[in-house]
Write a protein that binds this ligand. Structure first.
Ligand code: GLN
Length: 305
C-alpha cells in the first residue's frame, strides 16, 4: 500500500469536504442526534498491512446506529447459522431504511438484515435464550474485540431518546410479532436494538473494528472466510437502503451506513475505511461521507470490480 499517496488523498479530500457549502441535514427523528452540529468531518483507514491513517475529526465519537447492523449480523449468523435466513431475506429492498410496506406482502420476512425490520429480527435472534444485558454485552464485546479497544461504549441517552420516539420501529416490531417472526415482546427486542444502535465510536475506532471484514492474513479472525465474503456481498447490495445501487455505482465498494453519519467501507484484501459526517442526504446516508468515499475510491483506484 502506498501510504504517502493515501495520506495525501485523505488530506485533500478532507480539505475539500471542510470547504463544502452543503453539509446535509442531521437526523431529526432521534432528538439526541438532532442536537449534533452538522459541520464535522473525519476519516480513517486501517490497512491490511497494519497502518492507520486519518484526517479531520477522526477521534470524535459519533453514534454508530445502523453501522452496528453488520456486527449484529455476524453475531447472529454465528449463533443461528444459515437458519437465520428462514427469518430474513437477502434482497435489496429499494425502500427507505424504516419502511413497513413490504412486510405485509412478504408475510413478515424482512427483505434483508440491514433495513430496520431485518435488523430487529437479527437482534431478536441474538436475544434468544438470555436477558437483554447479556445480548448487549456480546454485541458491545464483539465491536470492542474487533477494534481491539475496550473504551468503546453505549450512549444510554441516545438509546432512551430513540425509545421515546421510536414509533415506527415499534410498528415494525409489532407487525413482525403478529407474523410470528419476533420471539420476544417488542419492548424487549427494541430496547436491545436501540442500545445496540447507540454504540459510540470514532472513525479511527470504526476503521479498526472493520478490519475483520478485510479478509486478509493478520486481521482479527472473528468470522470464517466464506462468511466474510457474504457479509461484504450484503453490504454492497443492501448497505445503503434505497441508495445502495447509487453508492455501489459511485464507489464500487461494500459499505454500511448509519443515520449518525458514519459509513464503514471495505476494500477486500486491502483496507477498512470509516468516514463520518453527521449531515445526511435524502436516503439518510452521510452526505459528505458518501462524496468522500467516492473521491477516495477514485484516488486510490479501489473497487471490487
Ligand atoms: N436506530 C436507527 C433506527 O432504527 C437506525 C437507523 C439508521 O441508522 N439508518 O431508526
Amino acid at each position: 500500500m502506498d501510504t504517502a499517496r493515501l495520506q495525501q488523498a485523505l488530506d485533500t479530500i478532507t480539505t475539500r469536504m471542510q470547504a463544502s457549502d452543503d453539509w446535509g441535514q442531521v437526523a431529526s427523528y432521534i432528538p439526541e442526534l438532532a442536537r449534533i452540529p452538522p459541520r464535522q468531518f473525519g476519516i480513517a483507514v486501517a490497512t491490511a498491512g497494519g497502518e492507520m491513517l486519518t484526517a479531520g475529526a477522526a477521534d470524535t465519537p459519533f453514534s454508530a446506529q445502523s453501522v452496528t447492523k453488520v456486527f449484529a449480523l455476524a453475531i447472529a449468523l454465528g449463533r443461528a447459522g444459515d437458519q437465520l435466513w428462514a427469518r430474513v431475506g437477502r434482497e435489496p429492498s429499494g425502500s427507505a431504511f424504516n419502511s413497513i410496506v413490504q412486510l405485509e406482502y412478504e408475510q413478515g420476512i424482512p427483505r434483508n438484515p440491514f433495513i430496520n425490520a431485518g435488523a430487529i429480527v437479527v437482534t431478536d435472534e441474538i436475544l434468544s435464550g438470555r436477558p437483554p444485558k447479556e445480548a448487549l454485552a456480546e454485541i458491545l464485546g464483539f465491536v470492542r474485540a474487533a477494534a481491539g479497544d475496550d473504551s468503546i461504549y453505549i450512549n444510554d441517552k441516545v438509546a432512551l431518546s430513540e425509545n421515546a420516539h421510536g414509533h415506527r420501529n415499534y410498528a415494525l416490531a409489532n407487525f413482525l410479532r403478529a407474523c410470528g417472526n419476533l420471539r420476544h415482546a417488542p419492548e424487549l427486542t427494541l430496547g436491545t436494538y436501540f442500545h445496540q444502535c447507540a454504540i459510540e465510536l470514532s472513525a479511527r475506532q470504526l476503521a479498526r473494528a472493520g478490519r475483520f471484514l478485510i479478509g486478509a492474513p493478520g486481521m482479527p479472525n472473528l468470522v470464517a472466510r466464506p462468511r466474510i465474503r457474504r457479509l461484504n456481498a450484503l453490504m454492497l447490495t443492501c448497505g445503503h437502503y434505497d441508495g445502495s445501487g447509487e453508492f455501489a455505482f459511485r464507489t464500487g465498494l461494500p459499505a454500511k451506513s448509519g443515520v449518525g453519519g458514519g459509513i464503514l467501507a471495505i476494500v477486500p484484501g486491502r483496507a477498512s475505511v470509516a468516514v463520518w459526517s453527521p449531515g445526511l442526504n435524502a436516503y439518510g446516508n452521510s452526505k459528505l461521507g458518501t462524496e468522500a468515499m467516492e473521491l477516495l475510491a477514485r484516488a486510490m483506484d479501489w473497487s471490487v470490480f
